[in-house]
Design a protein around this ligand. Sequence first.
Ligand code: SAM
Length: 274
Amino acid sequence: MNYRHAFHAGNFADVMKHLALVAILTHLKKKPAPFVVIDTHAGRGLYDLMSDEALRSGEATGGIERVRGLGDGPEALRLYLDVVRSCGEARYPGSPLIAAKLLRPEDRLVAIEKHPDDARALKIALAPFRRAHVVEADGYARLPAHLPPPERRGLILIDPPYETPDEFAAAARAVAGILRRFATGVVLVWFPIKSAAAANAFCSEVLQYGPRKLLRVDLDTGAGGKRMASAGLLVANPPFGFDADMRAALDAVAPGLGHNGPARPRLDWLAGPQ
Ligand code: SAM
């Protein structure tokens, strides 16, 4: 495990993923019944944007720093920026901290992280949140023990590092297991788009597992050189209205996140609503 998210925190891919997380949570909170969020690859929870890692990569300057100052905007963007700003100028919240800050007292967070240093940091970041539980473990191996959740409502976020070529297959298998055990759960999977063919094959594989609704969201920043220019999200069982919210939020951040022109968002229903 060489991957350290401290190099990438707040980059354009985090912005798109965390906008989706906020939009999904906003929809789940519209119903009074409690729900669970399970974050299988949770990270540290809070990142120092002045750390050596962050300064060396400079990735946040092409991501959150380009949108932090946006004023009025769609609801998901406003809520996301409120959470980011609540962490302080030079800090960026990871997915488990964003979720913990947005959950209601009756909701629950399970944050799984394998790297011992990151799990330790995550426990500190989530200490103030009574309903957040950190597990130091392999997210794929531990996930089945939490499914189906007693609440029968919830979101599973799968955000692996894709350090090895078999990570796409592992992520797809994890989605298959979730759909078997918890067919109505919302599943959010992030993936890099370094090869269009690999990304398409991943989406086709997930589609084969039969989700009734499957939405693909891509964001192409147009960045050149060695940097990752595009990333995607697969959302199984997105709440009604999520696609419109995500489109509005991405349209609002696209001018800031693009290189040589605005970034290009694209949303495609692979199964279900058009
Ligand atoms: N989800 C986080 C966020 O949005 O703030 C970022 C997660 S980062 C992309 C991937 C994380 O997965 C890293 O912190 C890494 O240490 C951890 N990791 C790698 N392999 C893992 C595994 N098998 N199970 C759980 N965590 C793992």
